[in-house]
Design a protein around this ligand. Structure first.
Ligand SMILES: C[S@@+](CC[C@H](N)C(=O)[O-])C[C@H]1O[C@@H](n2cnc3c(N)ncnc32)[C@H](O)[C@@H]1O
Length: 389
């Protein structure tokens, strides 16, 4: 049995924000941003380990009268704006008037809008670009495949698997913010094989798709579909999985050769049915022009040959991106890929008359995207691409 007696709840749960001091530091940063640091101070922060948040009470400096609270996601350290007392309410309470100001509830009818974004190619960290540079509700579809998690410290960008998941959570959250209501986030992902270090150790498989699924559910998405991308047989033998069994045929040693990847489909939560996005789309001509005529994938098994490119080790096939974009967006929509690689999503989007936002952290790949984009768009349109390199 583990002895938890000396660990705080936050430590036991492995939260990123571990102490009342850390919660207050984040609170101080927020107070400074809203310029209330001279009038407001903190009560004692408390952890709520059922909803995984820190609640930092805000009190009036002179009297310690309670004014509201800051709510911090304990796992990511991000402030939960929706649950945090609005600045306007704090100001009203400080002034002693209109203290029962309510957050405006959006009873007003809202309808889908056409995004004002141009095509964008950005080189940088997608979490930062999405949170700092893209407006909310400006993207109509996200399609991506995340960076590969490699457990070996010498090859990985992440300290460990938890840190990797935390980064993906932050990007999923930022993408949720920029994604339009009721629109889709489609992600191509598969379990990762961690090769054994030597003959005395076992190899491991990490079920990344199932951990990601939990993140999507927690970050405000509904689960829609699990599409299985099947590669031609022979594709998975290079992993080495299944060779031992093929030779020895002992029970328990059986290991299936992986020839599939997941294409998981999520929808940003909304009270509206999918029909709402179609019926109230402001450009009904685009809706009509986007109809999928003729043959289409009727089941969740898609057979597609993998793609290879000497310039990038892990691209997905253009055919996969085209299917996703055709099935989950309208013409002229904005398609975002926050882990853009050499830009397959952009190429498919341009080909299908959609706009694109491509974010890639490696300058070398971002340059390849720009070079390729000339072929997708032509020189004149390329000039209009917003470049943030
Ligand atoms: C699996 S690859 C995507 C390949 C892409 N689908 C294609 O077909 O070219 C993931 C990409 O994410 C990039 N990446 C990793 N972390 C990133 C981050 N924080 N922000 C932006 N790009 C990132 C990697 O450099 C890599 O090129």
């Amino acid at each position: 049995m583990l002895d938890y007696s000396k660990k705080t709840v936050a430590q036991q749960r492995g939260y990123l924000v571990k102490s009342t001091e850390e919660a207050k530091q984040i609170g101080t940063f927020w107070l400074e941003q809203v310029a209330l640091q001279n009038a407001v101070e903190f009560g004692l922060p408390e952890i709520d380990d059922r909803s995984h948040v820190w609640r930092v009470p805000l009190v009036r400096k002179e009297t310690t009268e309670r004014l509201g609270e800051i709510v911090i996601d304990a796992r990511t350290s991000l402030i939960q704006e929706e649950q945090t007392t609005a600045t306007k309410i704090l100001e009203a309470r400080l002034l002693g008037r209109n203290a029962d100001y309510q957050k405006p509830t959006s009873k007003k009818k809202n309808y889908p809008k056409i995004s004002a974004l141009h095509n964008i190619v950005a080189c940088g960290d997608s979490e930062t670009v999405l949170t700092e540079e893209l407006p909310s509700n400006s993207v109509d579809l996200v399609f991506t495949s995340p960076p590969y998690f490699n457990a070996r410290p010498e090859y990985t960008d992440y300290l460990d698997y938890d840190e990797y998941l935390l980064k993906l959570r932050k990007v999923i959250r930022a993408a949720h913010h920029v994604l339009n209501e009721g629109r889709f986030f489609v992600i191509n992902v598969s379990p990762v094989l961690i090769r054994r270090e030597n003959r005395t150790k076992a190899s491991r498989r990490i079920a990344v798709p199932f951990d990601l699924h939990r993140l999507f559910m927690e970050e405000g998405f509904d689960f829609i579909d699990d599409i299985i991308w099947v590669k031609p047989s022979g594709a998975g033998w290079a992993t080495g999985r299944g060779r031992r069994f093929a030779a020895d045929r002992n029970p328990l040693q059986y290991k299936a050769v992986p020839v599939t990847e997941y294409v998981l489909v999520y929808r940003k939560q909304t009270e509206h049915l999918i029909d709402w996005s179609i019926r109230f789309h402001p450009d009904q001509q685009a809706v009509a022009d986007s109809r999928i005529e003729g043959a289409y994938e009727t089941t969740n098994i898609w057979r597609i040959t993998p793609a290879h490119d000497s310039r990038h080790p892990a691209i997905f096939p253009l055919e996969l991106a085209e299917k996703v974009i055709k099935y989950y967006s309208f013409k002229n929509d904005v398609v975002l890929d926050p882990f853009a690689g050499i830009g397959t999503t952009g190429k498919a989007a341009a080909k299908l008359g959609r706009r694109f936002v491509l974010i890639e952290k490696e300058p070398e790949y971002a340059q390849i995207i720009l070079k390729e984009a000339k072929g997708w768009l032509g020189e004149k349109e390329l000039e209009k691409v917003v470049k943030r390199l």
